[in-house]
Design a protein around this ligand. Structure first.
Ligand code: INI
Length: 156
């Protein structure tokens, strides 16, 4: 599936912004590509390489704590949280995906710093590959959402 074009899409100016990319190492074949997509978008938007910190965590379950620590440090204008949870034969998927998503939202709402949500949840590896490559790379999209939110929050 192709990335949906947004109405009135305009170039975001990321110059001077400090962005953290938090990426789960679980399913690295997928999340590594998502991290590349996120960094590519940030650089394309003017964020300097030195202002992009990529931090790894073991799995999606660990994303919220690292996001919280990074936001509390006060160093970042926004974060991008990346993970890939693939459905297996047990209920584990629901706990990992559900808690990652709830935890990231809690950090964002409590601390008021935008976090682009790039945790993909899929039925199989094939779907995960689709969502981590080319124009459908969800890392790219999550980075875009983070920068848009920085800009929009400034206007409030
Ligand atoms: N972590 C993921 O990021 N994706 C998964 O699909 C996954 N599955 O299926 O188990 C997963 N599990 C590990 C989890 O995120 C924690 O790292 C682990 O439970 C240790 O706390």
């Amino acid at each position: 599936m192709q990335r949906k074009e947004k109405k009135n899409e305009k170039k975001i100016d990321g110059k001077g912004l400090k962005i953290g990319v938090v990426v789960a190492e679980f399913n690295w074949d997928i999340t590594g590509k998502m991290a590349e997509g996120a960094v590519e978008f940030l650089k394309k938007s003017g964020v300097e390489s030195d202002d992009i910190d990529v931090v790894k965590v073991p799995g999606a379950f660990e994303l919220p704590l690292m996001c919280k620590k990074m936001v509390v440090s006060g160093k970042f204008d926004a974060l991008v949280a990346l993970g890939c949870v693939i459905k297996g034969d047990t209920d584990h998927y629901y706990y990992v995906a559900g808690e990652a998503s709830r935890g990231i939202m809690d950090v964002m709402i409590e601390l008021g710093v935008p976090i682009g949500f790039g945790v993909i949840t899929t039925n199989n590896l094939e779907q995960a590959e689709e969502r981590s490559s080319g124009k459908s790379n969800k890392g790219f999209e999550a980075a875009e959402a983070a920068l848009v939110m920085v800009e929009n929050l400034k206007k409030i």
